[in-house]
Design a protein around this ligand. Sequence first.
Ligand SMILES: *Cc1c(COP(=O)(O)O)cnc(C)c1O
Length: 420
Amino acid sequence: MRYSMPNPRYRLYIPFRSYFKFFIDLILNRIQKGPDVCKLEQKLSGYVNISNVICVSQARFGIYLLIKNLIIPGQKVLMSPYTIADVVNMVVCAGGIPLFADITKQTCNISIEGIKKKIDSEKNIGAVLVTHLHGIAAPIDKIQDICREYNIPLIEDAAQAFGGTYNNHKLGTIADFGIYSFGSYKNITSWYGGAIVSNNHEIIKNIRDELEQYEFQKTTWLLKKVISTLLINIATTPIVFKLFTFWIFRFGFLKNIRFINKKVEIELNLKKLEIIPPHYLAKITPFQARMALSQLAQINNHTLIRRTFAKQYFEGLTGFKQLTIPKVEENNGDIYTYLPIQYKDRHTLLQWMMYHCRDIGAQHLKNCADLPDFEDYYQDCPIARSVAEEVILLPTYPRYQSSEVQKNIDTIKYFFKTNK
Ligand SMILES: *Cc1c(COP(=O)(O)O)cnc(C)c1O
């Protein structure tokens, strides 16, 4: 096999002109001016076909607002433990008690059996939160049926699934409430941002009233993010990455150098919060809304490309019994923000990939049900426990290339051929 320099494992969707626009608006003091938040809400409402949209400063803050307005303090919130820890924190800050149900191995999403078991055996469940992780849909229609039967409100965390569909309905709009994220790693990004969607006028009105009392997200807070993403944008520009960045991370990974590896990990400072950080309590700025608006037109096209890459991986890698791969089917509406595969000896496979010049990384999400900080909410979720140790994220972002996908497939095949 011949090796060639890889494309990076991820690239941000932030075009360089957005930085330019940010600094112009900063200088002219226009970040907080303009009717664009309202415009974005209308556009989103049309795009996902739902009556109410509220843009928020971060998806996690949207989750907080929803939970706070849906439950009585002290009620349980049924959710997957395989999600970002700060989502669990938001549930706690909003007065809820996280109740973890186990996931389905192949999709990494909360399982119907897990939900049924908990709903049958536990009392005082105030809401159910379902995440479409990696842009792969959970069986949201069946979960909605269960929740209707028990009269429990259902929220879809579609933070990673904007633009995806399920039975021809947009993910995020099938349950009673939905959440999108426009955070810096998402498929539409305004550095920080997100949206709550629903057809429930009453709850939406309450949330809108609450939001009115907050200020715009602070420009200094935004500026910090703008600078850090600019550095990532530069480091992942192909020429810089191939000549420079990749070698540092390859060296760090192969030699196990913690301070280098930490740069590509998430979920490092997992701490329980009981009071929402004050800077979360903010409104999205018109500048950020303009940025999200400018990206809406490309979303369907990007989704198509990601699906093509996912299918290529799926076809190339099915047949290896040791690997778990989600089904990539022609007629589903999953958007595959990555293609998550699972392998028992993840570290060995990743070392093989990096050694053979393929920039591939682990999914660093934790099984929150096992985290020491959340021990009060401990539940035995054996599938989430093993999945959290095994997921590898194969890149599918639109600027990745089919030839790169193929090289990843070939290198994985070579691994199994060599390590029989
Ligand atoms: C990114 C993400 C969030 C949080 O989004 P923010 O906009 O960063 O608050 C929540 N849930 C999932 C599954 C995510 O991937």
